[in-house]
Design a protein around this ligand. Sequence first.
Ligand code: PEP
Length: 252
Amino acid sequence: MRKKLVAGNWKMNTTADEAVKLAKEIKARLTGFNGAELLICPPYINLIPVHKVIEKSVIKLGSQDLYYEKSGAFTSGISGEMLKSAGCHYVIVGHSERRAIFGDTDELINKKLQAALGIGLIPILCIGEKLEDREAGLTEKVIESQLDGALMGFPTDWMSNMVIGYEPVWAIGTGKTATPEQAESSHKFIREKLTRDFGNQVADELTILYGGSVNSDNSDALIAENNIDGFLVGGASLKAESFEKIARSASK
Ligand code: PEP
């Protein structure tokens, strides 16, 4: 069954103390919560202290990235096995900031997805068009090509352990959310493409998150759309109160 998920991407925010404090606040607000699955993704260095706070709670731990090699001379790299041993269930792959700032290509993202799946982490594959793509009418072309590149060679059974995050780049951190209609149109397009590529069952069951300036004022209208199964939240996940409101909204 398609599950609902609300994931907080803390990006490069929080010192160790701040991360523990925020995790404790989120945990206190959402103790016993049984709506959408909840996930927080702190920076690498804060994964272990945050895991200690949330390990017996309903909140799961995720990483913001990984490197695809298992071990060796890859200075600063973090492997999937390391993430698992730190308590992670999920890993974000292909976030637009990784693509734009750190140069992650579809080919690299494909390898990272394989590494994540191979070790039993659930990847959240992020895709989305830039403003100039949307203005040029290329939104669907961009989404299609990102999916083709990231999922190249993937057998159908791998797809049941994956989540997709549709995040229009122009909406990330800008306060400009996609309208529910714009988001739904892209989500529907993604699900139709997955149906063509992997069949009905995979497409029906796959969780597709929307990300891009989600907050507690716009989450109700977005989640009401048929093909929006939850959220990937950046800025609003850094405040326990707004993360809680979004989590409750996604669970209605
Ligand atoms: C994100 O980082 O994935 C994101 C959607 O950020 P924000 O919610 O701040 O736009």
